[in-house]
Design a protein around this ligand. Sequence first.
Ligand SMILES: [Zn+2]
Length: 337
Amino acid sequence: MLKAIKIIALFIIKYLGGFWLARKLNKGNTCVLCYHGFAYDDEYLFRPKLFMRPESFKKRLAWLQDSPYKIVSLSEAVNNQHNGNLVVLTMDDGWAGTKELVGDTLAEHNFPLMLYVTSYYVQKQGAVINVALAYILWKSAGKTLVIDEPILSITKEYVISAENTVSIVTELCQLIDGVASFSVRQRVLLDIAKQLQVNLHSNGQLMFRSLNTEELTALQQSNVDIQLHTHRHCSPQNEQEFKLEVSQNIDYLQQLELINTLQHFCYPSGEYYLPQLPWLKECGVVTATTVSSGMLTSDTDRLQIPRFLDGADVHQIEFEAELCGLSSAIRKLASFK
Ligand SMILES: [Zn+2]
């Protein structure tokens, strides 16, 4: 209901010239958009911010193509002065759907896009366990899961409901993480999916997989700039551990035939701490993006660049209100209360 009221209000503001005025006031500023993965099936209902429908993404890029906004790379937005309204496209994690589901769309538009890649699952090639497990349980409300797995040293029954999914996922992930072998961890995951009759494959491809090295390097042909997102998608507060995550990420990605220098970073899950900023500089990082609200302006700290998280649950009018800067201005005003 609230969402419907918001959408109607935004349409009225747009047709009264509010978006036009916001664009005028935001000349020279940039809206940095953040995307993640894409849905092979119904994942956009499971986590709308993590898995967008490929057709929705296609519509967004088609709209941007004919819009008053100029699509530029993050480096271009940061390093040069502009008079127009700018948009930067970024994408996090490196989900396989980036090539399999929207690779043609990216090639068609050839917009500059920064893809922040977590390298562990690129290297290992399996389903990302915590996300895949959460999806399996999301699809299994009302079912009973029996864990009788010698390798996990546990025998337990879980009656799955919408309320206890998060706690079951946390408990099972802790147990699975304790298994040394990657292939055994994958086998345990697929056994759980089989028991609960949830299909983790689409057209013969494993869902929740990361891009492989061939797909990653091929994406560069479509103006995709591969950049940093830690090796294991985590944001340690300990200096040594944090730098190790960044350096392992750099070391792995450097083996690929990358066109661009690795010097841009995205904080995993938007989680970051101020002491990490100088550590990033020491690792050679020149920009870092968050998921905080706001526009990129000439005053923005280059290691705390705000972004708007687009997703399957974002209406086109909400998307446009973000691009022109109206929504972030309203949020800023509201936070002063
Ligand atoms: Zn991420």
